[in-house]
Design a binder for this molecule. Structure first.
Ligand SMILES: NC(=O)c1ccc[n+]([C@@H]2O[C@H](COP(=O)([O-])OP(=O)(O)OC[C@H]3O[C@@H](n4cnc5c(N)ncnc54)[C@H](O)[C@@H]3O)[C@@H](O)[C@H]2O)c1
Length: 395
C-alpha cells in the first residue's frame, strides 16, 4: 500500500458528516505517515449526495456500495450506516481485501458481530477498527494512562451512565427504534460507548452481568415523514399514524470485572434534563477518576495518598502539548477541544496503524469490539431472564 489511503465512506448523514470532517482535517493537524484521500462517498439519497460530496471534498459519489467496496482503488471502507448494514458491508469489504473502519455498535446482533470478528481474524491483509471515539478524548486517554501507571491501585467501583433525553413520545419511529435495523435501543447506542470506555480505562474485562433492567416506555411512535433532515432522532415532520417501537428506551445493569471491581451501567434516551450526559467514575484503593463528556476537556483525579488536610478532587485541563494525548496536534493550553476532534484523532491513529506505526491511543479492532458486544448481549439476556449471566456463557 502506498502512502495514501483512498477512503470510501458508506453513510452521509450524522456520522457521514463527522467522519468526512475527520478525513478532511486529520492531515492538517497531524503529521500523518499516510494521507487519507476522500475518494468516494456512498449514500441512499442521490439528490443529497452531489452537494454533500462537493461540500466536503469527496471526489466521487455513489448509491451502490457493493460496487464501491470492490473498487481496486479503495484501501479503507468506512461503514457508517445503520447497525443492521454493518456486517454485510464490513464482510464484503473484508472479502475484497480492504481495511474496514466500522461505526459502533459493531453489529445489530451478536451473530453478525461474531461473523465480523471471525472474518477479521482470518484476514491476513486487512486491519479493522471500530469508532469508539470517546477513547480519543484526551481526558479519557489520560484516565487510561493513569490506571495503567497504577495511580488508582486496585479498582473497587466503576460507575458509568450515558443519559440522553431526545427519545420522548413525539420522536418519530426512525431506524433507531426498530429492532430489525438497530438491534437494540439506548443499549447498543449508548451502553456500547460506556462499556468500551470502562474496559479501556480499567484494562479489565467484565466477567459477569449480575442483573439488568430493560424498559420500553414508548411502545408506539409516530411514523417519520418522507423528508428526513438527519440528526439523531430526526425523520422530518412526524405523521399522525403510529408504528411499533420494539427496542429498549433504557437499559441498566450491574457487572463484575475480572480484577474484582463492581460496576453499574445506565443508558437511556428518556433522562429528562440530560442531553448527552456521558459519564464515568472509577474509585480505587489509591485514588479515583471522573469524566463527563459535556466537559470533555477535563479529567477529575483524586489522589488518596495525599495529606488528608489538602487532599481533594483535582481538576485537570487535558490540553497541554506533550503531557496530554493528542493535545500537541491542536491548540495552546485550554483552547478547548470538542466532539469532532475525537473523530479527527481517530483518523490520525488509524493512518498510523495502516502505516505500521503505533497509534497514540490503542484502537479497538473487531476482536476488541466483539468483547464489548458480548457484554451488551449478556445484559440483554440478564434483563430478559431476570438472572445473572456469566460472560463465559456468551461465546
Ligand atoms: N460514534 C458515535 O459517537 C456515533 C454517533 C452517532 C451514530 N453512531 C453510529 O453510526 C451509525 C450511523 O448512524 P447515523 O447517526 O449517522 O445515522 P443516520 O440515520 O444519520 O445516517 C445513516 C446513513 O446511512 C445511509 N444508509 C442507510 N442504509 C444504507 C445502505 N444500505 N447503503 C448505503 N448507505 C445507507 C443513509 O442514507 C444515511 O446517510 C450507526 O451505527 C450509529 O450507531 C455513532
Amino acid at each position: 500500500m502506498s502512502d495514501v489511503c483512498n477512503v470510501a465512506l458508506l453513510g452521509q448523514k450524522f456520522m457521514g458528516r463527522a467522519h468526512s470532517n475527520a478525513y478532511l482535517k486529520a492531515a492538517k493537524f497531524f503529521n500523518l505517515p499516510k494521507l487519507p484521500v476522500m475518494h468516494t462517498i456512498v449514500g441512499m439519497d442521490l439528490i443529497a449526495l452531489a452537494p454533500f460530496a462537493d461540500r466536503w471534498g469527496w471526489k466521487n459519489y455513489s448509491t451502490t456500495w457493493k460496487d464501491v467496496v470492490k473498487n481496486p482503488e479503495i484501501h479503507l471502507v468506512d461503514v457508517s450506516t445503520p447497525n443492521y448494514m454493518h456486517a454485510e458491508q464490513a464482510l464484503a469489504a473484508l472479502a475484497a481485501g480492504k481495511h474496514v473502519a466500522c461505526e459502533k455498535p459493531m453489529a445489530h446482533t451478536l451473530k453478525d458481530a461474531r461473523a465480523m470478528r471471525n472474518a477479521a481474524v482470518k484476514s491476513r491483509r486487512s486491519r479493522t477498527f471500530v469508532w469508539y471515539n470517546y477513547r480519543r478524548c484526551p481526558a479519557v486517554a489520560l484516565a487510561h494512562k493513569l490506571v495503567k501507571a497504577g495511580r488508582l491501585g486496585r479498582i473497587y467501583h466503576v460507575r458509568a451512565a450515558y443519559l440522553q433525553s431526545w427519545g420522548g413520545p413525539e420522536t418519530p419511529l426512525v431506524w433507531r427504534f426498530q429492532k430489525k435495523y438497530a438491534g437494540s435501543g439506548a443499549h447498543g447506542d449508548l451502553n456500547a460507548h460506556i462499556v468500551d470506555m470502562a474496559r479501556f480505562i480499567t484494562g479489565q474485562e467484565i466477567v459477569e452481568v449480575t442483573g439488568a433492567i430493560a424498559e420500553t416506555f414508548v411502545p408506539e411512535r409516530p411514523l417519520p415523514g418522507a423528508s428526513g433532515r438527519g440528526g439523531i432522532g430526526a425523520g422530518g415532520p412526524a405523521r399522525t399514524r403510529k408504528g411499533k417501537s420494539d427496542v429498549d428506551d433504557c437499559v441498566l445493569f450491574l457487572a463484575r470485572f475480572a480484577g474484582g471491581a463492581v460496576g453499574s451501567f445506565e443508558a437511556t434516551r428518556l433522562a429528562t434534563g440530560n442531553q448527552n450526559h456521558n459519564t464515568i467514575e472509577i474509585n480505587g484503593e489509591h485514588g479515583a477518576l471522573k469524566f463527563g463528556f459535556e466537559d470533555m476537556n477535563l479529567l477529575w483525579f483524586y489522589d488518596a495518598r495525599e495529606e488528608r488536610q489538602t487532599a481533594g478532587w483535582r481538576r485537570i485541563m487535558c490540553t497541554s502539548a506533550g503531557e496530554h494525548p493528542y493535545a500537541g496536534a491542536w491548540w495552546p493550553d485550554a483552547h478547548i477541544l470538542g466532539y469532532e476532534h475525537t473523530f479527527v484523532n481517530m483518523v490520525a491513529d488509524m493512518m498510523a496503524v495502516l502505516a505500521g506505526q503505533e497509534p497514540i491511543v490503542p484502537l479497538p479492532d473487531f476482536a476488541d469490539a466483539y468483547e464489548t458486544q458480548r457484554v451488551l448481549e449478556a445484559a440483554l439476556l440478564a434483563a430478559r431472564h431476570r438472572a445473572a449471566v456469566k460472560l463465559s456463557e456468551i461465546k
